[in-house]
Design a protein around this ligand. Sequence first.
Ligand code: CMX
Length: 137
Amino acid sequence: MIDKIHHVGIAVHDLDEALKFYRDTLGLHVHARDTVEDQGVKAALLTIGESEIELLEPTRPDSAVGKFLERKGEGLHHICFQTEDVDGDLETLKEKEVPLVDQKSRRGIAGMICFLHPKASRGVLVELATPMEMYRG
Ligand code: CMX
């Protein structure tokens, strides 16, 4: 079901400030920037080998990342596992009665994605993603 860690999401107040550490101090390469309005986030994607770090800044305070920052402050927000078949995996998780945020996959930064509820995974928000070039839905 899971091939690798696709990315780790980190919630930050200010992308440009965060890049001073992740890009300028650690020397990681920023390979993309993206804004997902319906999720209320803008993101910078940094390459680490075959995985990524996704820095997430909220575009509005009532977004998932905005509320997370208010409650918990900056830090690890979610972990994303890559799978070849996000839709098939979602059906399997439903059969196993795993608590989900998304009942259907949707277009996200990492491709076709869905979120599991953190109560399913011991307090860690988990995302599944099938990159668009692999997606056969
Ligand atoms: N990691 C771990 N726990 C989290 C969490 C996170 N990132 N975000 C919220 N929670 C926990 C809260 O601490 C709270 O726990 P308790 O019930 O024990 O207090 C519980 O989830 C509910 O939190 P809430 O603030 O009352 O509810 P929200 O309205 O924030 O909903 C969640 C929580 C997970 C359903 C919501 O954040 C969500 O839908 N997340 C998925 C979408 C997302 O994060 N998008 C941004 C990334 C965009 C991308 O990569 O494409």
